[in-house]
Design a protein around this ligand. Structure first.
Ligand SMILES: C[S@@+](CC[C@H](N)C(=O)[O-])C[C@H]1O[C@@H](n2cnc3c(N)ncnc32)[C@H](O)[C@@H]1O
Length: 210
């Protein structure tokens, strides 16, 4: 029993030290999550801790929608979203790093997925016309973007009236913000908060373009 408690203590202390060190580094140096981290991001272990099914449900993703994932990374959730959306819908998977998109493309080829289009682009300048998308979602990305207001304004531009922005966060992510922070950022960008679901460990906030 004592051994178990000691192990738990070491795990907790290790996690705390990791969080403190990595957050200090992230505060001073802005860089996107490195592409070699792609396999850690897209792992069953990660999806056990941040469920794909819950993320899709909480984001309000429905069959037939036309959606964009901003900061798709290696595609940890992209294929799950594509499956939910089905052949009538489409997922535009946006990332600034080609090496992340290459990892997603490999998975698409392996699983013969046709309704995802990987696009190398920046959140500040999305390759869509005004009011053209049903939904834009971001998973552990928003806080990684230095000018969040600019990115949110750009997302608002491409969403149709009534369109949804869904922001999901995950506590182990070194950029994790409190739920109240995410809500404040969405409201400031002109979104009405529609729902906030989940818990301190992982949550999703949905905003609506009115
Ligand atoms: C922490 S990773 C998360 C990836 C994926 N959403 C996930 O949950 O596994 C953040 C991703 O956002 C991308 N990213 C960062 N800033 C971006 C920007 N301004 N525009 C588009 N993508 C960006 C990074 O390249 C990286 O792949």
């Amino acid at each position: 029993m004592l051994k178990f408690i000691r192990t738990l203590f070491y795990i907790f202390t290790g996690f705390l030290v990791y969080q403190i060190v990595i957050r200090i580094i992230r505060k001073n140096f802005h860089f996107p999550a490195p592409a070699f981290f792609g396999s850690v991001l897209d792992s069953n272990c990660r999806r056990t801790l941040q469920s794909a099914k819950e993320l899709v449900e909480r984001s309000g993703i429905q069959s037939g929608m036309e959606v964009a994932e901003v900061g798709c990374g290696s595609g940890a959730y992209t294929l799950h979203v594509a499956e939910k959306i089905g052949p009538e819908g489409k997922v535009y998977a946006i990332d600034i790093q080609q090496k992340m998109l290459d990892q997603l493309q490999n998975k698409m080829d392996k699983h013969k997925v046709k309704n995802i289009e990987p696009i190398k682009a920046n959140a500040y300048e999305l390759p869509f016309t005004d009011s053209s998308l049903d939904l834009v979602y971001l998973v552990t990305v928003l806080q990684e973007i230095p000018n969040r207001s600019q990115a949110l304004a750009e997302i608002r531009r491409v969403l149709r009236p009534g369109g949804i922005i869904a922001v999901s966060e995950f506590l182990p992510d070194p950029d994790y913000p409190l739920l109240s922070t995410t809500k404040k950022q969405l409201k400031k960008a002109g979104f009405a908060i529609d729902a906030a679901e989940g818990n301190f460990w992982t949550y999703t906030v949905r905003g609506v373009k009115e």
